[in-house]
Write a protein that binds this ligand. Structure first.
Ligand code: SIN
Length: 318
């Protein structure tokens, strides 16, 4: 049997972070170590996979934007097209992993395992979680059955569907889920298949170069509705409202939302909560609709992608 060939695309994050004092892991610089250094800490991986490295950039994920998403997508596309690659792993910061994972999931057909991984503690912390997460991610990427799940995220021995990913904890090692994203466990791998297949547009990664402005507005009791008018005035092509509870639109916001949708600006009702799906409401319209299982961050990415690809605004919300 030939050794599986894995493409490892390293992009930075805490998994590549270094703390000045390993006993103080809260103070560190993300994106400090390169891919080869990360891998050199795990010599045992050479026994299970032949790993090729790519490093498009090495950054804190809060610094990323559409140009970085496009750079990652191009690296992934090259790996997907390369018959000499069996699976792909992307290392990434946790802070904006929701957006990157979502976009990759919607842009690539599930033909090879595509696994994102990350860490909550820097690489030199006394209790670093990156080495274990990267090991589990490589193991996942050499598991052909995983391809059918689309893009997945491996962290803390859990497998999450990128489509439903939410970061729910600023510190814990199991920082993700609470949006119902966990679809399996790894190490050893057990997978529960997610029955819903999200809509994708494989092969259209260039739309990442056309993403329009979409704003997220957080709505609390008495929040000023002129925020929506300001977003529109400043060129927003879509707006995601992070609303209370089940995406409940306060009465005071109705007029501002109607004004937006009359101008063909889509408005998504998302929730400020971290669990459960926002359900459709009787007065929803093609341009005012529920985020479903997508949190505000992913709803924004979904709407940007739909607008750039000239698809109906709710295309990725099914
Ligand atoms: C980042 O998102 O790049 C820094 C934080 C992290 O990876 O946990």
């Amino acid at each position: 049997m030939t050794t599986p060939r894995i493409l490892l695309i390293a992009t930075g994050g805490t998994i590549a972070g270094v703390a000045a004092d390993p006993s103080q892991p809260a103070h560190y610089q993300a994106g400090s170590l390169d891919a080869a250094t990360l891998l050199s800490a795990l010599p045992g991986l050479a026994g299970i996979a032949d790993i090729r490295l790519r490093q498009p950039f090495n950054l804190d994920s809060c610094e990323l934007g559409p140009a970085h998403w496009l750079a990652i997508a191009r690296e992934v596309a090259a790996g997907m097209d390369d018959a000499a690659i069996d699976g792909i792993v992307v290392t990434h910061g946790t802070d904006t992993l929701e957006e990157t994972a979502f976009l990759l999931d919607r842009l690539f057909a599930p033909t090879k395992p595509l696994v994102l991984t990350c860490a909550m503690r820097p690489a030199n912390a006394l209790s670093a979680d990156g080495p274990s997460n990267l090991t589990r991610a490589i193991e996942a990427a050499i598991t052909p059955a995983l391809a059918a799940l689309g893009t997945v995220v491996v962290i803390d021995e859990r497998i999450h569907a990128a489509a439903w990913l939410r970061k729910h904890d600023a510190r814990a090692l199991d920082a993700f889920d609470h949006g119902g994203s966990t679809i399996g466990r790894c190490g050893p791998i057990a997978i529960d298949f997610e029955p819903r297949v999200p809509p994708r547009i494989p092969g259209r990664i260039e739309v990442l170069g056309l993403l329009p402005r979409v704003d997220v507005l957080w709505v609390g009791p008495g929040s000023a509705t002129d925020l929506l008018a300001a977003a529109l005035a400043n060129g927003a092509c879509g707006v995601v409202l992070a609303l209370p509870g089940n995406g409940t639109l306060p009465t005071a916001w109705r007029k501002a939302v109607d004004h937006a949708t009359k101008r063909q600006v889509a408005v998504v009702r998302a929730s400020r909560t971290s669990r459960g799906a926002v359900s459709a409401a009787p007065d929803d319209t093609p341009l005012l609709f529920a985020a479903g299982r997508l949190g505000p961050a992913q709803a924004r990415a979904a709407l940007m992608l739909a607008i750039a690809a000239q698809l109906p605004a709710d295309h990725f919300f099914g």
